[in-house]
Design a protein around this ligand. Structure first.
Ligand code: 4GX
Length: 248
């Protein structure tokens, strides 16, 4: 996967992408990242990327031409057949693990990170394939959205995570929340590690973890459980969890 980010703040994206799993994946050549500044594609001496909105109102709007030329430059350096152009905005489809998994086998993802009040609608309508949103809140620019998308998709690329902590084990990958985690010491003043995790019975540990995942999803995210059909084993574990919380 090669990521191209169209942004007025290219250093923000490059610096943030240096850390952790994403940084390692880039340095190992498992994913690629390029940035394109629309200001470099302006044609006037003031290098203008924005202008006042037709119809009036507060704020500025990003102009069509510098964005169009920046995206064209990103497309021309590589000619990947499986390429998607995505604009980050609060008007977009809410992203989730399933959507990001669907696009994880694309060869190129061009992410348009806008600033100001918005982008000329003719650019969104005629150049972008999709509009994606991080969530129902407003941030100051699309860069953090692009970084979230890059991070989440990079984790899904082959060879990025070790086999042990494969992306298949991530919360949300099977439509459930993660189970609770514990590490040393066994005893703290605020509580002890559940006994089942200390006994080494791996079938029992697996059963306990699945029960916790189902129970937490039921307690915290009933909307996620409604979208899922549980098998007989999962139904049984969730019933047990409900009885256990009732007793406590
Ligand atoms: N999830 N923003 C983008 C400028 C903008 C406005 C309209 C295109 C169309 C956001 C979000 C988000 C604020 C980033 C407005 N660009 N991005 N920006 N929520 O709030 O992704």
């Amino acid at each position: 996967m090669h990521f191209d980010v169209i942004t007025l703040f290219p250093d923000m994206v490059l610096q943030a992408a240096k850390y952790g799993v994403t940084g390692k994946a880039i340095s190992r050549g498992l994913v690629g990242l390029s940035v394109w500044n629309p200001r470099d594609y302006t044609l006037d001496k003031h290098r203008t990327v924005d202008d006042r909105p037709y119809g009036g109102g507060p704020g500025m709007v990003m102009k069509y031409q510098p964005l169009f030329d920046a995206v064209s430059a990103a497309q021309q350096t590589r000619h990947e057949p499986r390429c998607k152009i995505v604009c980050l905005s609060p008007q977009g489809t809410l992203i989730n693990q399933a959507l990001l998994t669907d696009v994880s086998d694309y060869e190129q993802l061009i992410l348009v990170a806008g600033r100001y009040e918005g982008i000329d609608e003719r650019f969104i309508a005629s150049v972008c394939d999709e509009e994606w949103s991080l969530g129902d809140y407003v941030i100051s620019g699309g860069e953090l959205g692009a970084l979230v998308v890059i991070d989440a998709i990079t984790r899904l690329q082959a060879g990025v995570l070790g086999d042990e902590d494969s992306a298949k084990q991530d919360s949300h990958s099977d439509g459930l929340l993660d189970y609770p985690h514990f590490t040393r010491p066994e005893q703290l003043s605020v509580g002890k590690v559940p006994a089942v995790l200390l006994q080494g019975d791996h079938a029992q540990i697996k059963r306990w973890r699945l029960k916790q995942s189902l129970g937490r999803t039921w307690l915290r995210r009933p909307d996620m459980l409604e979208k899922k059909t549980l098998n007989t084993e999962q139904e049984k574990l969730l019933k047990e969890f409900k009885i256990e919380v009732d007793v406590k």
